[in-house]
Design a binder for this molecule. Structure first.
Ligand code: UAG
Ligand code: ATP
Ligand code: API
Ligand code: MG
Length: 491
């Protein structure tokens, strides 16, 4: 706990009026609805609403002090005025929780695709090595065996730093964290002391938020250019980089820390050779330059070899033996909603996958094509209030690699679902397809079309358990909808 005056002194606020109270602060909140007794409320001017408009609610819920960047004209509660509350938030959250990331072994993973997958693989490897772990990312936040819900892939600073503090208190050995480009751009990870930064790949996504691919790249590079810059280095920091990726050298050149590379096609520190991909798993020889060992795993697809190499390099330099890494990968459970096969007594395959970018959809479809003996049906949509320019590209990738497309909705949010679908249709060049705006009906339609040996890929939502239509978020689970449709078909 800290007092308001301590926080004000840390921020070196100039011309700060003397408050006649100096409350003890128990927590920091940016959302008035989550404020509890003795919290400090930080007003953020957001993209949709303005936190300065929620001060009354924050005080009603127990806020004892406010940080603002706009005049609030009130004297019932001490207000600390700063130039930029967003920037201030990461500073004070770090200070308030006593810089917890300095005491953690923190691994940040960035890239367009594969972040969740790499963090989950690392979790399996470290646990196999009998170490305690925490994971922060798209699916959830996990500290040891305790799971917490998460609103963003990379949370806002007060929740993030508070969570780091819990991890320190619980003696967590390694924290694996997805670092989104939004987080890097919006300063959510400012002041985080990453020990290892991992880069997976970069391809089109989020061009609603970043103006150009160059801006998107620049955001991702920040994880590497900031690596180890803020602190006196006692431990070396490492950048782990996919050498096969077209932007590899940008990432290598961005960091002043030690670089470890991985790859399949290019020379790298960790490489995979003698690759055998099957419908049931993957085998390859891992070459570290000094040692070669055979890896056998139930994970499917070449893209997963990249994820494994990233995880292997990270775990190895963190002190895990190759024997343990091999054991962990041989018994991997994969990641929920990533290339997840729907179980049942049917004689066709149904796969649920989180592919929601042109690149990931292409990877998953080409992987399926290597095993498919019959037709591939693709159920796919694109998110509303998100990058519109990826919509025709995703439809085109679907058309190029699947036999039949069912275009549907994937979290249309505040957009008209049919407009999103027509943006997708603009990318199609002639193959027959169907539009079914209701995702449940689209999945049922595809499953009813499937004959023996066919594959149905349901793309875009993976592990998600909701569908957002307008402002309403309704329960929806691709896996469960598919399972029910299969049962109905078999009856
Ligand atoms: C563009 C973006 O990133 N927006 C994030 C941002 O919202 P914002 O600044 O617009 O906030 P706002 O909703 O306008 O509200 C302003 C302030 O008022 C507060 N408020 C609001 C309502 C209320 O009743 N009381 C209250 O105090 C809010 O808590 C906030 O502090 O800050 C919010 C709180 O921290 C985030 O939840 C929100 O993420 C939104 C939901 C989002 O969709 N973000 C996506 C684009 C995103 O960040 N995605 C990346 C992953 C992408 C990937 O890897 O594929 C991620 O890291 O999740
Ligand atoms: N290394 C990879 N390269 C390309 N595609 C991948 C890779 N790993 C996974 N994918 C595909 O991308 C999808 C998303 O994977 P994952 O959830 O690991 O990525 P992510 O980077 O965490 O995504 P998000 O930005 O939404 O959090 C998977 O369902 C799969 O289709
Ligand atoms: N992290 C990604 C997830 C997209 C998942 C897809 N189902 C969608 O809603 O577009 C995003 O927020 O853009
Ligand atoms: Mg993710």
């Amino acid at each position: 706990m800290k007092t308001l005056n301590e926080i004000a002194s840390y921020l070196s606020v100039i011309n700060q009026p003397k408050f006649n109270v100096n409350p003890e602060i128990k927590g920091i909140q940016v959302n008035s609805q989550k404020v509890t007794e003795s919290d400090l409320f930080v007003c953020i001017s957001g993209y949709t609403v303005d936190g300065h408009d929620f001060v009354d609610q924050a005080i009603k819920n127990g806020a004892v002090a406010i940080i603002a960047e706009k005049e609030l004209n009130r004297n019932d509660v001490p207000v600390l005025y700063v130039k930029d509350t967003k920037q201030t938030l990461s500073l004070i959250a770090n200070y308030f929780y006593d810089f917890p990331s300095n005491q953690l072994h923190l691994i940040g993973v960035t890239g367009t695709n594969g972040k969740t997958s790499v963090t989950y693989l690392l979790d399996e490897i470290f646990r196999c090595n009998e170490e305690s772990t925490a994971v922060i990312g798209t699916i959830q936040m996990k500290i040891g065996d305790q799971v917490y819900p998460i609103a963003n892939t990379t949370p806002e600073p007060s929740y993030l730093q508070h969570s780091f503090r819990k991890m320190v208190e619980q003696n967590i050995d390694h924290c694996m964290m997805e670092v989104s480009s939004h987080a890097l751009e919006l300063g959510r990870v400012n002041g985080c002391d990453f020990d290892i930064a991992v880069y997976t790949n970069l391809s089109q996504d989020h061009l609603d938020f970043h103006e150009t691919m160059d801006d998107y790249l620049a955001a991702k590079l920040r994880l590497f250019s900031h690596l180890g810059n803020r602190y006196q280095l006692e431990q070396p920091k490492f950048a782990i980089i996919n050498q096969d990726d077209q932007y590899a050298n940008d990432f290598i050149n961005a960091t002043s820390q030690r670089v470890i590379t991985y790859g399949i096609d290019q020379e790298a520190d960790f490489t995979a050779r003698n690759i055998q991909l099957t419908a049931n798993g993957t085998q390859f020889t891992l070459d570290t330059g000094e040692q070669q060992i055979d890896i056998t795993t139930p994970l499917i697809g070449k893209f997963n070899i990249y994820n494994m190499l990233a995880a292997i390099a990270t775990a190895y330099i963190s002190g895990v033996s190759l024997a343990t890494i091999r054991l962990a990968l041989s018994q991997s459970n994969g990641v929920p909603g990533r290339f997840e096969t729907v179980k049942g007594d049917h004689d066709f395959s149904v796969i649920v996958d989180f592919a929601h970018t042109p690149d990931s959809l292409g990877n998953v479809l080409t992987t399926i094509r290597t095993f498919a003996t019959q037709k591939i049906y693709l159920v796919v949509g694109c998110g509303g209030d998100r990058d519109r320019t990826k919509r025709p590209l995703m439809a085109k990738v679907g058309e190029d690699h699947a036999d039949y497309l069912i275009l549907t909705s994937d979290n249309p949010r505040t957009e008209d679902p049919l407009t999103i679908i027509s943006d997708m249709e603009a990318g199609l060049t002639g193959k027959e397809y169907t539009v079914e705006v209701d995702r449940k009906k689209a999945i049922e339609y595809a499953i009813n079309l499937a004959k023996s040996g066919d594959v149905v890929l349901i793309a875009g939502k993976g592990h998600e358990t909701t569908q957002t239509i307008g402002k309403e978020t309704l329960p929806f689970n691709d896996y469960l909808v598919a399972q029910e449709a299969i049962l109905n078909k078999l009856q």
